[in-house]
Design a protein around this ligand. Sequence first.
Ligand SMILES: [Ca+2]
Ligand SMILES: [Ca+2]
Length: 159
Amino acid sequence: MKISPLLSTVVVLASLLGGGCLETGTPGGLQPPADAESPRLEASGLVTNVADGDTFDVEGFGRVRLADIDAPEMDTPAGKAAKFFAETILDGEIVYLDIDDLRGRDRYGRWICLAYVEDPETGELVNFNGMLVASGHAVVKDFEDNEFDPTDWKIAYRL
Ligand SMILES: [Ca+2]
Ligand SMILES: [Ca+2]
């Protein structure tokens, strides 16, 4: 897993973001990838509601289900903690989405996505799917029928 060496960085970053440092900023528009490893950003929008740790609503877009991870159910304390973590980072913020090219939506009509948020300190895009896992609020659950491979995930991308 390429993700491992980045874990400590991510946990620090996650705690910083969770501490309220993630200010509402302007999205700045979608930019072309700086290199082949940069995430493909196919949509963006304002998060208006967090349903649980891995599901949220984007204004003008619809419901997003984060790809290849699984957060605990909402009737458990861990599920509520995962939702709180997601709300702290996403609610009222702009997310940038890489939509699954193979299936698009799941059987519930939710868009299967990798979600990125901009770290205002560094200007980097942070992979929120990976952040949830690194923070212990979700586990990797790699579905083979989408385009994403969690072993390829980097946590932060500089555009
Ligand atoms: Ca895509
Ligand atoms: Ca997958």
